[in-house]
Design a protein around this ligand. Structure first.
Ligand code: ZN
Length: 301
């Protein structure tokens, strides 16, 4: 009896132990699983545990977009990026330049520029002699007049340096007649990096650019092309080429020198929208001058 009682007691003890163990197991598994549940919000946790960097990271990312597109002043937060940006106002300057005119759309462009009070630099030619008077109008309105050479026919102007300077001087006379002053600002037709001149005279662009220095002439290329002479046939295409190019220059902390042609209607029609965009994003418009900012491409001939 004693032994069987003992036996019975041991059995109960074993059963209690088992139940206790089972209970313990259940409790442990519950704790673990709730921990796991807590880990789920842990998607948010990396963010919550780094709550401060997360909230500061957010504005840091937003000004990044806003920086190139919007005023840094709006959020006074000194995000490191916008701080350097503020020290580099160059990235917020636009030089609007129009080549190849004056022509049939120039008068409309002048009205737009006057309405928005925006200065531009005109690189003029004599391709449309009947519009020559508009060079005077451009100057009267406070725009800068620069030489883009009397003719735009590459085979003539790049035949040899003498030919080039003859066409250059001829245009300067027209400019002087229209404005009363000489210009020392030049843009080579096709830009200084053009390769088309190779067909007519090897090394002519090198020679001409050196000669510019001797003559005290500043030549200016561009760093943003609206591509209206290429595939940009609509105002939308011109507009997006311009704003994309300007934003890229802002990222590089460079002023933007825009290549546009006032002989293309889609370019003139894109201007109000572009000017509004630029103004609302903190850009200012400036005139090119012989002693001011210039941009040079790599000479390829
Ligand atoms: Zn041109």
């Amino acid at each position: 009896m004693n032994t069987s009682q003992n036996h019975f007691g041991r059995r109960i003890a074993a059963a209690v132990l088992l139940i206790a163990l089972l209970l313990a197991a259940v409790i442990v598994s519950l704790v673990v699983s709730t921990k796991d549940f807590r880990k789920e919000p842990a998607y948010a946790k990396p963010a919550t545990s780094t709550t401060q960097p997360a909230t500061t990271a957010k504005p840091a990312a937003e000004p990044k977009e806003a920086k190139s597109s919007n005023s840094e002043k709006a959020d006074g937060k000194p995000a490191p990026d916008s701080k350097t940006e503020q020290n580099e106002p160059d990235g917020k300057v636009i030089y609007l330049t129009f080549d190849d005119g004056p022509g049939p759309y120039t008068a409309k462009l002048l009205k737009i520029l006057k309405k928005y009070d925006v200065p531009a630099t005109f690189f003029v030619t004599n391709q449309f002699p009947e519009y020559q008077d508009l060079i005077g109008e451009e100057a009267k309105d406070g725009h800068a007049i620069a030489n883009h050479v009397y003719s735009h026919t590459y085979s003539r102007i790049y035949a040899d340096p003498h030919a080039f300077w003859t066409y250059y001087n001829k245009m300067n006379k027209v400019i002087e007649k229209q404005t009363g002053y000489k210009t020392y600002l030049l843009r080579f037709p096709g830009g200084s990096s053009n390769t088309v001149s190779r067909y007519f005279e090897t090394g002519i662009m090198k020679a001409l650019s050196k000669e510019c220095k001797k003559r005290g002439i500043t030549y200016v290329d561009w760093n943003v092309d609206c591509n209206d002479a290429g595939g940009a046939n609509t105002s939308d295409a011109v507009y997006y080429n311009l704003i994309n190019g300007v934003q890229q220059m802002t990222r590089e902390k460079q002023p933007s020198v825009l290549l546009c042609h006032d002989i293309h209607p889609q370019t003139v029609n894109a201007m109000p929208r572009f000017i509004k965009w630029a103004r609302s994003h903190g850009y200012t418009f400036e005139l090119l001058s012989p002693n001011g900012f210039t941009v040079h491409m790599e000479i390829a001939n």
